[in-house]
Design a protein around this ligand. Structure first.
Ligand code: COA
Length: 497
């Protein structure tokens, strides 16, 4: 049944098993693998590579678009294959190995990875493993549910292994827009001026002789694990909708809102779902991951168009979307992640960027990645690409985590992903702090009184009063700045006993 998916006759004899293809990967190699937040990842090669590494110990540098599905990172970690891993992950086993110092994890802005590759900073890219729905008559690759870094991996790698996935609908063909930047320093502008603009090819064009192996698989993407909206995420959405309504009324935002970017995870997805009940119509997205909320808004007639780099949805939504792709065809485009996350386009379109914080401090610095400032959670992903360049950079979080033992508003974040210069709005279920145009001392009251959980407000007020004794543009009592984190580490709660 795969014959019609390999349309270049000369390539049909490259079909082999994943175990055979895995022998193309040798110890010490740099491997680029498709996959972006579980979507469009190679399915059989990670299993075969893990098996190979268990039989014959070896180490590689593994670069992907973002996270992989199917517990692939778990299998690869347990097989001891990963020496270095970048630029993003969400796997508990890999996370532990990273935090034990066994895997060197390079936490990178998602738009930048292929720039590093092109500039030769990782050395050569030895092998690319790309999931596809088809190979065309001229040997071009048609990606599946994500583009991520796949196009540049295929272009830059010495050898390409293609996984044709029969479980991915061939109707993906035509949905991609592959634009690859030229060389610096005379690179042409990226000509996207509307979210729906198509500026590149629908396939990845490489010399067909680079395709060293073709694997046939029939495994769907693993479904996303985001949790449904709850009262707190609905409250966060309501605060944002009220804020946007106010901004429109004051003439500071058009009634047809700027395009929206929404980050990964439960909170960002649920907040966007909250827009179903908003007065806003004709929404558009210029985002990275298209989650369930994208399709809920589209099906409700609220969202006109979505540009992304991957479609990562729950199991029921996979059925709804993947079996009816034709219905979404003129409302969707999938782009390389360096285009979906491109600073130039984000600034030009004036995006509303909604990302998630683990914690924020009383001045608006945000930590999205490091628990206690030391232990990696997932990675910065594309949040920095968007926050630094958006018209409005919003960070959402519930005001407490771990049943109230952890406050998401703290005196000083122990790791900074998004500094006070890049953060416009902080929102929790408690309320919202609009930090734009405010000096650090003016921000404190808004963040503490509007966003912090009532159980922690006195602690934070007391800290700030103490900090004021030392003066400064951004006052801190340095000896107390991490007292809430230290209490959490030592007693299991940020609250005093
Ligand atoms: N300290 C310790 N743990 C915290 C915490 C804090 N301040 N705040 C949240 N957590 C924990 C939660 O308890 C939860 O743990 P669990 O999985 O054991 O239940 C976990 O972090 C996820 O939190 P949740 O509230 O469910 O939010 P989420 O699923 O929306 O994820 C991030 C939040 C920050 C972890 C996630 O959005 C992320 O990795 N962001 C960085 C990358 C990014 O923004 N990419 C998007 C660019 S497009």
């Amino acid at each position: 049944m795969y014959q019609d998916r390999i349309r270049m006759r000369a390539l049909k004899d490259r079909v082999m098993s994943a175990d055979e293809a895995a022998t193309l990967v040798q110890d010490g190699m740099v491997v680029g693998m498709s996959g972006f937040t579980r979507a469009g990842d190679a399915k059989d090669m990670p299993v075969a590579l893990a098996k190979r590494a268990r039989e014959q110990p070896m180490k590689i540098t593994l670069i992907t678009g973002a996270s992989l599905g199917h517990d692939s990172d778990k299998a690869l970690t347990e097989a001891g294959l990963l020496a270095r891993r970048l630029p993003f992950q969400v796997d508990a086993t890999l996370r532990s190995a990273i935090n034990r110092g066994e895997v060197m994890f390079v936490d990178q802005h998602l738009s930048e990875t292929v720039e590093f590759l092109r500039a030769g900073q990782f050395g050569r890219l030895d092998v690319a493993v790309i999931e596809a729905v088809a190979i065309t008559e001229d040997g071009s690759i048609v990606p599946s549910s994500s583009v991520g870094n796949s196009a540049s991996f295929a272009i830059l790698a010495d050898k390409v292994i293609v996984e044709i996935n029969l479980a991915q609908p061939v109707e993906f063909e035509g949905m991609h827009d592959i634009w690859i930047p030229g060389h610096r320093p005379h690179r042409e502008p990226l000509p996207i001026v509307n979210v729906s603009d198509r500026v590149g090819r629908t396939t990845v064009k490489i010399p067909p002789e680079k395709i060293a192996a073709i694997i046939i698989t029939d495994t769907p993407d693993s479904a996303s694990t985001v949790q449904p909206a709850d009262a707190e995420t609905q409250a966060i959405a309501n605060h944002l909708i009220e804020f946007f309504t106010h901004e429109v009324k004051r003439g500071r935002m058009p009634a047809r809102l700027p395009a929206i970017q929404s980050g990964i995870g439960t909170i960002a997805n649920a907040v966007l779902t909250g827009f179903l009940e908003s007065p806003f119509e004709h929404l558009t997205m210029y985002s990275e991951v298209l989650q369930d909320s994208t399709f809920e808004l589209m099906d409700a007639g609220k969202l006109d168009f979505a540009s992304g780099s991957s479609i990562t949805v729950s199991q029921p939504m996979q059925q709804r979307v993947f079996q009816n792709l034709a219905r979404y065809r003129d409302k969707l485009v999938l782009r390389p992640q360096e285009v979906s996350n491109h600073p130039e386009v984000i600034r030009r379109l004036g995006l509303i960027a909604l990302n998630t914080a683990l914690e924020a401090d009383i001045y608006g610095n945000v930590n999205s990645t490091h628990v206690y400032g030391t232990h990696m959670m997932n990675g910065i992903g594309g949040s920095g690409d968007f926050a630094r360049n958006a018209f409005l950079a919003i960070f959402a979080t519930k005001s407490v985590a771990k049943g109230g033992k952890v406050s998401s508003i703290v005196p000083m974040v122990p790791h900074v992903d998004h500094n006070e210069h890049d953060v416009d709005l902080i929102v929790t279920e408690q309320g919202l702090a609009d930090l734009r145009t405010l000096a650090p001392r003016e921000r404190v009251r808004l963040i503490v009184e509007n966003c912090a959980h009532p159980a922690y407000r006195d602690l934070l007020r007391d800290y700030y009063q103490d900090a004021l004794k030392y003066g400064g543009q951004t006052p801190h009592a340095l000896e107390r700045a991490y007292e809430m984190h230290i209490r959490l580490r030592d007693s299991g709660s940020m609250l005093p006993q």
